[in-house]
Design a protein around this ligand. Structure first.
Ligand SMILES: [Zn+2]
Length: 71
């Protein structure tokens, strides 16, 4: 098991990397079938949590329900 400080360091590095690169949502656009991108890193802390995703092809946006909190 890694120490808390090691976990936090790795988490910060992962967050920095995610900000620098497009983050694929793993779902296809309802409108055109293009793979969607997470629209920023903000997560809506609803229950269950949701996140905005957008289509790079046609601009369609939607809320994606998340099964667990992740970036
Ligand atoms: Zn689309």
């Amino acid at each position: 098991m890694r120490a808390l400080s090691e976990h936090n360091k790795a988490a910060h590095e992962a967050i920095s990397a995610a900000k620098d690169s497009p983050h694929w949502a793993g779902v296809a656009c309802d409108e055109c079938g293009t793979e969607m991108l997470k629209d920023g890193l903000a997560i809506n802390l609803s229950n269950p949590p949701t996140q905005w995703v957008k289509c790079p092809g046609c601009g369609f946006r939607g809320l994606m329900t998340m099964q667990q909190l992740e970036l």
